[in-house]
Write a protein that binds this ligand. Structure first.
Ligand code: NDP
Length: 316
């Protein structure tokens, strides 16, 4: 499997396990299956509401001794209600406590959006938001940098950042984000963003590589096409004797990004990691390139409210 190399030499396995919507009763088992079957990269977030159950898996697997903490890359994300500088490290410490870890490999600013601290989950009114003038990205970033200096996290990055948002942040810091985690799949290929990130030595992780399964209504786009049922993806899968999911995961890995398919099903967890064993040829890549339609499964519209400043969060 490909690995992404960071400036200090640290390496990240390109294929990891996602944990959004992994139910509390299932996620401990899923993470244990993943770690015991070769995954070395787990993607978490405070807002997924299941970090304590993921932490239970880490504790059990690491204490068994077959897999060591230092061989696994753990990513988590700062939720939008903890963007003020005094709130960042307490939020990170809660995540570390829940995950039963004493450091993270990567901590991401989940969205370029700041909520008031008392908001749990998602806001109900425009008053629940700070504007980015009140709590600028650089304020949150400064506290994340502090966390890195303290050794609580090894690397820091962002998520859901467009090129203008990356430029805004980079203009205010001499420590550029090391990662940008964004939605990425054949219907949303984001060539321009990938090129910008590559030029600026920012790694990219693609989320929702399989089309994100079921999501809360507010996150659903109208007229949603299925990636897993796409005829081109299915034709290429048949040609390689792979599943459609494996072709989608391989496509991301082959493009040089990390990719974090979510599953709580034992067979699919294993199948997804085995995607690394296939190789897409020039013809496959050309056919997949033609599928781009700038389509987002995670629409971002849930941040837009009359009176707040978060219209068109993706700047597209
Ligand atoms: P995915 O695109 O990974 O799709 C997950 C869905 O696909 C689930 O319903 C899963 O069901 C199913 N599935 C998994 N493997 C296969 C397979 N081989 N064949 C067919 N179906 C399969 O969706 P996510 O939106 O969850 O994205 C992945 C991860 O990215 C998240 O879990 C999260 O960690 C991260 N993410 C980050 C975001 C951010 O804002 N930074 C936003 C969204 C996601 P089952 O479990 O039953 O296998």
């Amino acid at each position: 499997m490909k690995q992404l190399t960071f400036k200090n030499g640290d390496k990240l396995d390109a294929i990891g396990l996602g944990t959004w919507k992994s139910e509390k009763g299932e996620v401990t088992k899923a993470v244990k299956i993943a770690l015991n079957n070769g995954y070395k990269h787990i993607d978490c977030a405070a807002v997924y509401g299941n970090e304590a159950e993921v932490g239970q898996a880490f504790s059990e697997v690491f204490s068994e001794g077959k897999v060591k903490r230092e061989d696994v890359w753990v990513t988590s994300k700062l939720w939008n209600n903890a963007h003020k500088k005094e709130d960042v490290i307490p939020a990170l410490k809660q995540t570390l406590k829940d995950l039963q870890l004493d450091y993270l490999d990567l901590y991401l600013m989940h969205w370029p959006v700041a909520f008031k601290p008392e908001v749990e989950g998602f806001p109900e009114s425009a008053d629940d938001y700070f504007s980015l003038d009140e709590v600028p990205l650089s304020e949150t970033w400064g506290a994340m940098l502090e966390a890195k200096k303290k050794g609580l996290v090894k690397h820091i990055g962002v998520s859901n950042f467009s090129i203008p948002k990356l430029k805004e942040l980079m203009a205010d810091t001499d420590h550029a984000p090391e990662m940008n985690q964004v939605e990425l799949h054949p219907y949303l290929q984001q060539d321009e963003l990938l090129e910008f990130c590559s030029k600026n030595e920012i790694h990219v992780t693609g989320y929702s590589p399989l089309g994100s399964g079921d999501r809360p209504d507010g996150m659903k786009a109208d007229d949603e096409p299925s990636l897993l049922e796409n005829p081109t993806i299915n034709k290429i899968a048949k040609k390689h004797g792979a599943s459609p999911g494996q072709i989608l995961i391989k496509w991301s890995e082959q493009r040089g990004t990390a990719v974090i398919p979510k599953s709580t099903n034992e067979n699919r967890i294993k199948e997804n990691l085995q995607s690394a064993g296939y190789q897409l040829d020039e013809e496959d890549l050309k056919e997949i390139a033609d599928l781009d339609r700038h389509f987002r499964y995670v629409t971002g519209k849930f941040f837009e409210m009359d009176g707040n400043s978060y219209k068109n969060i993706y700047d597209d």
